[in-house]
Design a protein around this ligand. Structure first.
Ligand SMILES: Cc1cc2nc3c(=O)[nH]c(=O)nc-3n(C[C@H](O)[C@H](O)[C@H](O)COP(=O)(O)O)c2cc1C
Length: 185
């Protein structure tokens, strides 16, 4: 017996990965952060990520002006901060200072890494052809940094409407991935 959910709630079922912070530096050099739940891997190599960043976000304009961002992946200890970052605008607020986060230099982009996050992915816009229609940016990952010293590594997943799940057990089924052996590192 199934109960129907409104179709526009599909995002609650197909949540697309850990919630991330998008770090940008605008044309005036001001660093900013936003929260993003709608993203997906598009291709392995070159590594492409689809990211929904709408014109209601200050970050959208920084991305359009510079073509660069960092996807910073927070762990569960930052959950409340992550929600708060997604509920205010970088137009009027220095979010790094306000939320006590530390910008660090990236290697290939001017946008900053976030020191307190477990992973940071330096990205450049590879294709903006879908932005006008869907606010969909195709980003190419340039560099990936992992904080291997971090004890807390549980990521958080937005199920929608402020409800999150937290990473739990992992299952290693690598031995069964026989068709995809070449892609596994
Ligand atoms: C949990 C959560 C997930 C969000 N996901 C997205 C998203 O996928 N795309 C988007 O454009 N905005 C998303 N937002 C909204 C932006 O984070 C929000 O508009 C933010 O204030 C933008 O900051 P900015 O104006 O400084 O760029 C999300 C917010 C929250 C709290």
């Amino acid at each position: 017996m199934f109960n129907e959910l409104p179709a526009e709630k599909a995002y609650r079922i197909l949540e697309s990965g850990p919630i991330v912070l998008v770090a940008t530096r605008d044309a005036d050099g001001r660093a900013n952060l936003m929260t993003m739940g709608f993203h997906m891997m598009v291709q392995h190599d070159p590594p492409l990520v689809g990211a929904i960043i709408g014109p209601w976000d200050h970050s959208h304009h920084a991305l359009s002006d510079t073509g660069e961002c960092v996807l910073a992946v927070p762990t569960v200890d930052l959950a409340e901060t992550v929600v708060d970052i997604g509920n205010c605008s970088g137009d009027a607020l220095d979010k790094f200072a306000h939320f006590g986060l530390t910008p660090a230099s990236a290697q290939t982009v001017e946008a900053p890494l976030v020191r307190e996050c477990w992973a940071n992915l330096e990205c450049r816009v590879a294709d903006d052809g879908w932005v006008r229609r869907y606010n969909l940016w195709v980003l190419e990952v340039q560099r990936v940094w992992i904080d291997t010293a971090r004890k807390e590594t549980r990521l958080i997943h937005h199920q929608g409407d402020g409800l999150f799940s937290v990473d739990g057990d992992t299952l290693d089924l690598g031995a069964r991935m026989t068709k995809w052996r070449d892609l596994m590192g």
